[in-house]
Design a protein around this ligand. Structure first.
Ligand code: NDP
Ligand code: PMR
Length: 398
């Protein structure tokens, strides 16, 4: 039944480009995988939930709501203990998941949110209409499509003298209907440039700031997605993520010396997005391997659910935008509202029970978090190391 309904809907989900490239999504969508079985296996890939952390430095009683913050104590001159709010930078907080997360954290009263966005006015308006109080956030300009802008943002943030307790790399672009690549200021294909390389420079540089924070639970979170994971049904909808031998990334994904795609193939906007998400998930694990033990920082990624109403799909065809939310709500049942998704990401930022590092979080049908399994490629440690090294060169860190 679900299978039939999804087949009927599938033609709406085929972008003009996908028809040309794949000869129609319908035949390849299910790839011999039973729809219900696959959904079940997504959910059943639950590993052990992490144990509730026994935080000695927590002053307030630990709770399990989405926006709990481990309080940090600061000695005042007269030696009295006071509490300070946690400071969290969220990229792409002007809409969708980023805005909903900013709202959830601000509402808790325990977080100050630095909304790192490319459109100052849009972000101010979004914060206002979300009901965020003036003292709960700061808007700072960041255009991830420019490495200069990333460096400028880091300078500005450091000048603010705010400690950094949590960084959330959330912003993304998705260009499924683009027939030609577009490029960042530094000449990188846009999806990989913004979603992966811009964030990579930001996170590498801000690692020192996280290290310097006295907050009891410091975290670096990079938003991933199910669509980059080919061990799921959603990840098997063509075009599938595949970084290949990274020859395109080695060439700078600039379309000049080779290809705009990481694997060196022909440009495909939907694939470029999914590839960038694989990079996000690989980098989270590589950060964990390189820095967790030494710094105690928690590195995490997540799939918050299908938030089918966000601006991410703004460049998709109108029919897709119309049918995608009901398809996800009633057929796949993978739909999640922006507010609920925001509370999920806020948990990863703040919940004392989600401090385990190196984890890709997901939520089951009862909205309980669990450690999910990444695909073979998205958990390939050798590939992660090579993506890291090539990315360091591209952003000028090596
Ligand atoms: P939105 O389009 O609503 O939000 C994306 C945000 O990224 C916007 O704030 C946007 O800014 C910002 N952004 C885009 N380009 C840049 C740039 N060059 N510099 C700085 N900021 C930029 O989409 P979502 O909320 O859905 O996406 C948020 C995250 O969630 C992404 O990482 C996405 O991959 C992930 N995700 C989303 C899912 C979904 O179903 N929607 C599912 C799984 C993961 P502006 O407002 O100026 O355009
Ligand atoms: Mg998918 C359990 C099934 C499931 C889930 C959870 C998603 C999530 N999708 C599922 C199934 C299917 N999708 C099926 C069966 C089809 C064929 C009809 C299908 C199609 C489809 C398209 C064309 N789906 C899409 C697209 C997009 O353009 C979206 C995308 O890939 O963006 C990169 C998308 C998504 N499906 C999801 C999620 C979460 C997305 C988008 C968001 C993202 O990964 O960031």
């Amino acid at each position: 039944m679900a299978l039939q309904a999804s087949s009927l809907l599938s033609s709406a989900f085929v972008s003009p480009k996908e028809v040309k490239v794949n000869g129609g999504i319908k035949d390849s969508v299910f790839l011999g995988v039973s729809f219900s079985e696959s959904v079940k296996s997504d959910i059943n890939s639950t590993l052990l939930r992490s144990k509730r952390m026994n935080m000695q430095s927590v002053i307030v009683k630990a709770q399990t709501t989405a926006t709990d913050a481990p309080a940090v104590s600061q000695a005042t001159p007269d030696s009295k203990k006071t509490l300070r709010k946690g400071n969290v930078i969220i990229t792409g907080a002007s809409s969708g998941l980023g805005l909903a997360t900013a709202k959830a954290l601000a509402e808790s009263g325990k977080w100050h949110v630095i909304m790192a966005c490319r459109d100052f006015l849009k972000t101010e308006k979004a914060a206002k209409s979300a009901g965020m109080t003036k003292d709960s956030y700061t808007v700072m300009h960041l255009d991830l499509a420019s490495l200069d802008s990333v460096r400028q943002f880091i300078d500005n943030f450091r000048r603010s003298d705010m400690p950094l307790d949590v960084l959330v790399c959330n912003a993304a672009v998705y260009q499924p209907t683009a027939s030609q690549p577009s490029y960042t200021a530094d000449g990188f294909e846009m999806s990989v440039g913004v979603n992966h390389l811009g964030h990579f420079l930001l996170a590498r540089e801000l690692l020192d700031d996280l290290k310097n924070s006295d907050y009891p639970s410091k975290r670096l979170i990079i938003v991933g997605s199910i669509t980059g994971n080919t061990n799921t049904l959603a990840g098997n909808v063509p075009p599938k993520a595949n970084l290949g031998d990274l020859r395109g990334l080695a060439g700078g994904v600039n379309g000049m010396s080779g290809s705009a795609m990481i694997d060196g193939g022909d440009f495909d906007g939907a694939k470029a997005y999914k590839d960038s998400k694989v990079c996000n998930m690989l980098m989270m694990q590589e950060f964990h391997r390189r820095f967790h033990e030494e710094t105690g920082i928690t590195f995490a990624s997540l799939y918050p659910g299908c938030i089918a109403t966000t601006g991410l799909f703004r460049e998709h065809i109108p029919l897709f935008r119309l049918l995608f939310p009901p398809f996800q709500k009633y057929i796949t049942k993978g739909f999640v509202s922006e507010d609920d998704a925001g509370r999920r990401l806020a948990q990863v930022v703040s919940d004392p029970s989600l401090t385990k590092s190196g984890v890709y979080w997901s939520w089951n049908q009862n909205s309980a978090s669990f450690e999910n399994q990444l695909s073979k490629e998205a958990s390939d440690a050798d590939k992660a190391k090579r993506v890291w090294e090539l990315s360091e060169k591209l952003v000028g860190l090596a």
